[in-house]
Design a protein around this ligand. Structure first.
Ligand SMILES: [Zn+2]
Length: 195
C-alpha cells in the first residue's frame, strides 16, 4: 500500500539514508558520525507512521475480538434462556398430562416443584389451580388463579392484557360455581330441616 510521506517533511528533502552515510559526519553539524548521532532518531521518525498504523491495526483486531466475544456470550446466554424455557414448558406440560390422566397427587407434587424451581414465572400457580379444579376444590383453584393474575400484573411487560382477562373470567366462573354449590348445600339443609 503506497503511503504518503509525512507532510512535515518537504518532498525535495532526500531520505535520511541517502542524505548521509552511516560513517559520514552527521548533517546536524554535531561533528559526530551520523551513526553515532541522529541516525536512530531519523530512522525512528521514518518508521513512526508504519508503527502507528500497526498499533492501530492491533487495536482494531483486539476490538473485533472483544466484539466477537460479546456476541458469543450473548448467543450462549440466549441459548441457556431458551433451554431453560424448554425445560419449563416440558415440566409445565407434564403437570397438564398428569391432571388429564387423573393422577392428581403426582400432578400436585409436580406443580409444587414448578413453583419451587421457577419462582419467576406464573406456571406453578396455573398448574396447581388446574389440580384443585380437577379435584373440585374451586375456591383453592380460584386462589391459585388469583396469584397468576397478581403475577401478570406485577410483570405487565411479559403478559398480554388478554391473559389477565382470561384468568379473571375463569376466577369469576369458579366463584359462581362455588356460590351455586354453597346454595345447593344450603337448600339441601333447608329441605332436611323442613322435612
Ligand atoms: Zn546529529
Amino acid at each position: 500500500m503506497p503511503k504518503a510521506e509525512p507532510r512535515a517533511e518537504p518532498r525535495t528533502e532526500p531520505r535520511a539514508e541517502s542524505r548521509a552515510g552511516r560513517n559520514d559526519p552527521c548533517p546536524c553539524g554535531s561533528g559526530k558520525k551520523y551513526k553515532h548521532c541522529c541516525l536512530d532518531k531519523d530512522r525512528a521518525a521514518e518508521m513512526a507512521p508504519a508503527i502507528a498504523q500497526r498499533v492501530a491495526l492491533q487495536a482494531q483486531k483486539a476490538n473485533q475480538a472483544a466484539q466477537q466475544e460479546e456476541t458469543l456470550a450473548a448467543l450462549q446466554e440466549a441459548q441457556a434462556t431458551w433451554q431453560e424455557s424448554q425445560a419449563l414448558d416440558a415440566a409445565s406440560n407434564a403437570v397438564v398430562d398428569l391432571v388429564h390422566a387423573g393422577r392428581l397427587d403426582e400432578a400436585e407434587r409436580a406443580a409444587q416443584a414448578l413453583l419451587v424451581r421457577y419462582p419467576e414465572v406464573h406456571d406453578g400457580y396455573d398448574r396447581l389451580g388446574m389440580v384443585h379444579e380437577a379435584r373440585g376444590q374451586l375456591r383453592e383453584a380460584a386462589d391459585c388463579y388469583r396469584k397468576v393474575v397478581e403475577f401478570a400484573r406485577a410483570n405487565p411487560e411479559d403478559y398480554d392484557p388478554e391473559f389477565v382477562t382470561s384468568f379473571l373470567d375463569l376466577i369469576a366462573k369458579l366463584e359462581a360455581s362455588e356460590a351455586e354449590a354453597g346454595r345447593a348445600v344450603n337448600d339441601a339443609n333447608d329441605t332436611d330441616r323442613s322435612g
